[in-house]
Every structure is written in C-alpha cells, then in structure tokens.
Design a protein around this ligand. Structure first.
Ligand SMILES: [Cu+2]
Length: 125
C-alpha cells in the first residue's frame, strides 16, 4: 500500500513538473512529502545497453535531490535501486533523494541472455 502511494506521489510530481508553466508556485510545506521534483541539483544519467550499464559505479551526493535518468542505448532495460523501492523502466527520469551508502542497482526488465549481468552500484556520499 505504502509503495503504491509513493509511486502515485512520484507520478503526480512528474505530471506536475511536466505541466507546470511557471505559474504554479504552490509551496508544499508538508513534512511527510517534500516536493523535490523542482529542486534536483544535478542529473545522473545511467546508460544501459545489452547487457551492461555504462559505468560500474555512479556517484550521487547524499540527502540531495538528484534527477536520475535512464537512457536505453540498446535493448529495453530498467533499473531498480535495491532496498530503496526506486524503479525506472525505459527512457525515463525520476528525482530521488538517497541517504549515504552504497546501493546496488540492477536491470528490472527481463531483457535476454545477459540480464543477470546488468548490475552496477550507486555510491551516495
Ligand atoms: Cu534486464
């Protein structure tokens, strides 16, 4: 249930971000759901091809909203940040904020022979 709500909020934030034409300055002072869609300080692009990611490790600043973009160079792939309930499928972006640590990412779309080899790390510090 919690996951569905989080997913819905993310989706809503994305739709708002896409449809915002500058006039929507709604300040969400809601402690439980910080609006971080507009505050991403940087973008981290993860390029996926069959069957590997373009880097073994991706560096991300801790506790900072970062726009995570998945780019499929060849094949159809997704990413899942293990233990963080963050999933991106296809050529999409998501703003994420991660606490310090090292996280495993893996492809979450069954993409063929090398699917199981599609792993990398996100190092948050
Ligand atoms: Cu895969």
């Amino acid at each position: 249930m919690q996951k569905k709500i989080a997913y819905f909020l993310t989706l809503t934030a994305l739709v708002l971000a896409l449809s915002a034409c500058g006039g929507n300055n709604k300040n969400t002072e809601n402690n439980s759901a910080p609006s971080n869609a507009e505050a991403a300080s940087q973008e981290v692009v993860i390029k996926a091809s069959s069957w590997e990611f373009d880097q073994a490790e991706y560096a991300v600043p801790k506790d900072t909203p970062v726009k995570l973009t998945l780019e499929n160079v060849s094949g159809a792939h997704g990413i899942e940040i293990v233990g963080q309930d963050i999933k991106i499928r296809g050529n999409k972006s998501e703003v994420v904020t991660l606490p310090a640590g090292t996280y495993e990412i893996k492809c979450n779309i069954m993409c063929g022979n090398g699917h199981n080899k599609m792993v990398a790390k996100i190092v948050v510090s």
